[in-house]
Design a protein around this ligand. Sequence first.
Ligand code: CDP
Ligand code: MG
Length: 698
Amino acid sequence: MTSTAQGELKQNPKTPVASRFSMRRQKIAEHRKSLPIASVEKRLIEEVQKNDILIIVGETGSGKTTQLPQFLFNAGFCRGGKMVGISQPSCIAAVTVAKRLAEECDVQLGQRVGYSIMFDDTTCSSTSLKYMTDALLLREALVDPLLSRYSVIIVDEAHERTVHTDVLLALLKKVQLDRSIGNKGLEVEAKTNDEIGGVLRGCQISPLKLIYNCSISTIIMSASLDARVFSEYYGGAKALHVQGRQFTVDILYTVHPVTDYAALVITIFQIHLEEKPGDILVFLTGQDEIESVERLVQERLEHLPEDKRKILPLAIFSALPSDQLMRVFAPAPIGFRKVVLATNIAETSITIPGIRYVVDPGRVKARTYDPSKGMETLDAVPTSKAQALQRSGHAGREGPGKCFRLYRQREFEKLEDSTKPEIKRCNLSNVILQLKALGYDDIFGFDFIDKPSSAIVKALAELHLLGALTDDCKLEKPAGDQMARLPLDPVYSRALILANQSNCLEEMLITVAMLSVESIFYDPPREKREEARTSRNHIASVEGDHLTYLGVYRESNEFLEAENSEEAEVDQTLRKWCKDNFVNSRSLKHARDIYRKIRGNVEQMGFNVSSCGNDMLEYRRCLAASFFLKAAQRQMDGTYRALESGEIVHIHPTSVLFRSKPECVIFNELMQTRKKYIKNLTRIDPVWSAHHHYNTEE
Ligand code: CDP
Ligand code: MG
């Protein structure tokens, strides 16, 4: 079952193809008409015409993301080659919604409707409705500071308050002002240089309309509060509430705390065997967890009698190739029950039809950041109450449903009410570098909705250390500029710049690509562990994880070359190699895509991609120089001390250096479970990081 068309093929083998498609079209038209937002189309358009800023609050699934852009298109907001831009908090949302809309409008993706995400752009000059990540829209402002091709920008899921959304809020406010000053022409008395700049730049451009979409679940009373925050930030902007549909959802808690996947899998099968038809949505923290649960479900399935096996597990997470993302939206074959294993992405920004049951272990992968130590971690933490409510709401979109919370009720009472905006809990060097490149020198004067003061100070200091900013905090040329243009964390961009100078750019591109994906190796079932260990010993490098990843990438490449596969067979050949070597093929494939994209980026910047061949010393020195901010030294007791923060950390058991415990290492990731662990390590010589005489000004 790979696509909707096939799904219907199986269900109705006798229906001719043409009529099947027209049936599908008719179904979509009916679905569109039945959405809560459909009845207020006229009113919404009137309000957009009347107001330059509008806040729309509505339940998830009411049609804000898919319908509003079509209303605007029909009302003429895309005339004269203008676009409606819709920013999304994640790549998955941008991709799946654009694909859905192309289907609804019956157009080819990339024509009237398209998406653009960091490593994948499907839009062309005739695109009118453009879905993109909030991070990408921010990047577009680098090239076109007035966002002059857009007539309307919709900031979708604004309530999620991702760091990029928060920066966009302030930036769009400024862009809107610049465009309206320009529109009134030179009669306006522009007082400041900034304003005069705005007048000159903004001439001939119509005002920019801004719409902020917030998703809520009716049961969340604080939702109106969210809208108020936005409204006040925009000087009393109008907020509209779109009435949605929400059926009752029975909430069930566990009696005892749940600590393992077994209980989760049992819950899934209990629902499958005892409850009425309806699909199941399970919230997990990431690709790793999803793939483990997927395997457990498959294993258990084999122990069921034949007639009870009609269960279809489907995964959705960001590293999934875009052609596989849409499978979760297609209906399950008749008699089958879909079990969607999703990350937090399914919480608000995508709505999957058919869901009746939600299983919520109550955890989410979130960033935390301690500016005083400069330490950012990405860990699984308890959800907030608001998130738990959003999750359970999915069980009641199409009828009454049930939500199984895998924790005790008293634990729910202890949860935080809502999630802290991401800008308050992440490293800001990336966005601040973007703002600097946009010409905003006064970061403290920037109109953030929630100003993260200490994180700003820390980010400026870090960017200075990385050679992106001068002593007086101006953009360093060309390094700072180059770093801002690469779609990567500044630390990785700098690693590429350094590698370019030491002739190991090829190796560093591979490294950065491999570090950008989740777990290259996977945990095999128990009976295969020994075999996996032997196979891994053969690939593992004594120098550390970075060289091991490099080895994996190169070996898989050599295998592909030796097999001489046709273009169409590459995937299959790669999967075979991965299986034999206990490598996660989805991750490796994703890394290969990222490699290709960033290689293109650096080549565009005029870098010549050269390789150091087998001279691993040069490459390791370059790693040390690139990641010197994250060096750690072994202590007498075998623990490590992170040099910048002074924290005591441990080598993660998955690292190839777990047993050898070298004296000094650099690491890329810090995670907190029972202890603080460092991941992705390379052994370095202590003297290297002490004086990193690399020149970033070449
Ligand atoms: O943005 P909002 O949460 O208000 O709703 P939406 O994402 O526009 O979704 C409207 C409807 O379209 C929901 O009922 C979804 O189930 C459906 N939809 C779908 O069937 N397939 C998709 N790929 C996206 C949405
Ligand atoms: Mg939406």
